[in-house]
Ligand binder design. Structure first.
Ligand SMILES: NC(=O)c1ccc[n+]([C@@H]2O[C@H](COP(=O)([O-])OP(=O)(O)OC[C@H]3O[C@@H](n4cnc5c(N)ncnc54)[C@H](OP(=O)(O)O)[C@@H]3O)[C@@H](O)[C@H]2O)c1
Length: 340
C-alpha cells in the first residue's frame, strides 16, 4: 500500500509517498480500500509540529476516509465486505488502504459520493458535539460561528439552521456571498472589522447565546464578551498558533500567556458557561460518536447535512492541498482522492 508520510516537521515538501506492506485487519477490524480522504486543519498543525496529540514524525496523519471494504477480521460479519463506507481513523488516514475498528465504520447513504462522504465525519461530529450535545442550542437562540467558511464552520451553519437559530459568522469577505447563499444570516468581515463591536451592534448590545471559537488566545476573551446572559462559549481550537513566525516553543508560550482564566464565581454572576471540545480525545466514547454519526447521516438523507467539497486533490498532491488550506483559500472541505 501507499501512504503519505510526514517525514519531519516542516513545510508541505516534507510530505512524501512511501510504500508499506498491506495491513491485515485484526479480529474486530475491517480493511478499507480508500477512495477519498478528508484533509483537516489538524493535519497541518501536525506537520508543523504544533499538534501535541499527533504521533512524532515519521508518521501518517488523517482522521477520516471513505472507500470500499476489502476484507474483514474474524470477529466482523463478513456481509460488510464490498460495502461503500466512511470511517473515522485515528491517524493513518493518508493511506490507500487502512484498517479500522468496525465500530468506527458507517455505511454511506446512497445520495453521497465518496468525496462528499469523506467530508463529513470530523467537521460534522465536532459541530454536533459543540452545538447540539454540549451547547444545547435551541430554536430562537443566536450563535456566532467563527471561521464560518471553514469545514467545521459550514457544518456548524447547517446544524444551527436545522435547529432554527439565528446565525452570525466571521470569515474573510470573499466567502460572504457563498455563506449567505448557504443561509448565514449575518456575515462579519473579522479581518477588517472588530467582530465584538459588530456583534454588539447587530444584536442591539445584547450579544448572543452561543459562540464557537477555534481561534484561541485573545479571541477567546472577546468571544466571552460577546455572550449575553445564559450564553455558552464552546472552545475547540487554537488556529492562531499558525499565524506566528516565532519558533514552536515561543508560539506555545505566547498562546498560554494570552489564554483567559475563567473564574467560577464570575461565571456564576455573569450567567455564562464555557466548555471545550476535542474530538481527538473521544476515542473511548465510541458509542456516543456512533450515535451522533447515525444522526448526522440521517441528516444527509433529510437534507439538512450538506457537506461542501471545495476542491479535490490527487493523493500525490497532498502538499498542494496543505498549501491551499494554509493560504486560507478553502471554503468548506478539501479532499484527497486516491484514484483507486
Ligand atoms: N477540537 C476539535 O475536535 C476540532 C475538530 C476539528 C477542527 N478543529 C479546529 O477548528 C479549526 C478549523 O478547522 P477546519 O478544519 O474547519 O479548518 P479549515 O476548513 O481549514 O478552515 C480554515 C479557515 O479558518 C480561517 N482562519 C481564521 N484564523 C485562522 C488562522 N489563524 N489560520 C488559518 N486559518 C484561519 C480561515 O478563513 P478566513 O478566510 O475566513 O480567514 C481559513 O480558511 C482549527 O483550529 C482546527 O484545529 C478542532
Amino acid at each position: 500500500m501507499k501512504q503519505i508520510v510526514i517525514t519531519k516537521y516542516g513545510d508541505p515538501d516534507v510530505l512524501k509517498i512511501q510504500e508499506r506492506k498491506d495491513p491485515q485487519p485484526s479480529a474486530e477490524e475491517v480493511l478499507i480500500k480508500v477512495k477519498a480522504i478528508g484533509v483537516n486543519f489538524a493535519d497541518i498543525l501536525a506537520r508543523k509540529g504544533l499538534y501535541p496529540d499527533a504521533p512524532k514524525p515519521p508518521c501518517v496523519v488523517g482522521y477520516e476516509v471513505s472507500g470500499t471494504v476489502e476484507s474483514a477480521g474474524p470477529g466482523v460479519d463478513a456481509s460488510i465486505v464490498g460495502q461503500s463506507v466512511v470511517a473515522l481513523t485515528r491517524f493513518n488516514g493518508y493511506s490507500d488502504r487502512v484498517c479500522v475498528p468496525e465500530k468506527a465504520v458507517f455505511t454511506i447513504p446512497e445520495s453521497l459520493d465518496f468525496e462528499h462522504a469523506a467530508a463529513i465525519p470530523l467537521n460534522y461530529l465536532t459541530a454536533y458535539q459543540l452545538l447540539y450535545v454540549m451547547g444545547g442550542l435551541k430554536k430562537g437562540e443566536s450563535v456566532l460561528i467563527h471561521n464560518a467558511g471553514g469545514g467545521v464552520g459550514l457544518a456548524a451553519l447547517d446544524i444551527s439552521l436545522h435547529l432554527e437559530a439565528t446565525t452570525y459568522g466571521t470569515s474573510s469577505v470573499g466567502k460572504h456571498s457563498f455563506l449567505m447563499e448557504r443561509g448565514l444570516n449575518y456575515p462579519i468581515d473579522y479581518r477588517n472589522q472588530d467582530f465584538l463591536s459588530s456583534i454588539m451592534n447587530l444584536t442591539g448590545g445584547k450579544g448572543v447565546e452561543m459562540v464557537l471559537d477555534p481561534i484561541g488566545g485573545n479571541n477567546w476573551k472577546k468571544s466571552y464578551k460577546a455572550l449575553r446572559p445564559t450564553g455558552r462559549l464552546g472552545l475547540f481550537g487554537v488556529s492562531t498558533v499558525t499565524d506566528s513566525t516565532m519558533g514552536r516553543v515561543f508560539q506555545f508560550i505566547k498562546l498560554i500567556a494570552q489564554t483567559p482564566r475563567y473564574n467560577p464565581l464570575r461565571l456564576m454572576n455573569a450567567n455564562k458557561g464555557v466548555f471545550g471540545v476535542n474530538l481527538g480525545h473521544m476515542w473511548n466514547e465510541r458509542d456516543k460518536i456512533s450515535g451522533w454519526m447515525q444522526e448526522i447521516l440521517k441528516g444527509v438523507e433529510k437534507g439538512w447535512v450538506r457537506p461542501h467539497v471545495d476542491r479535490t486533490f490527487r493523493f500525490e498532491q497532498a502538499g498542494k492541498a496543505h498549501r491551499y488550506i494554509e493560504a486560507r483559500k478553502n471554503i468548506g472541505k478539501i479532499v484527497l482522492v486516491t484514484g483507486g
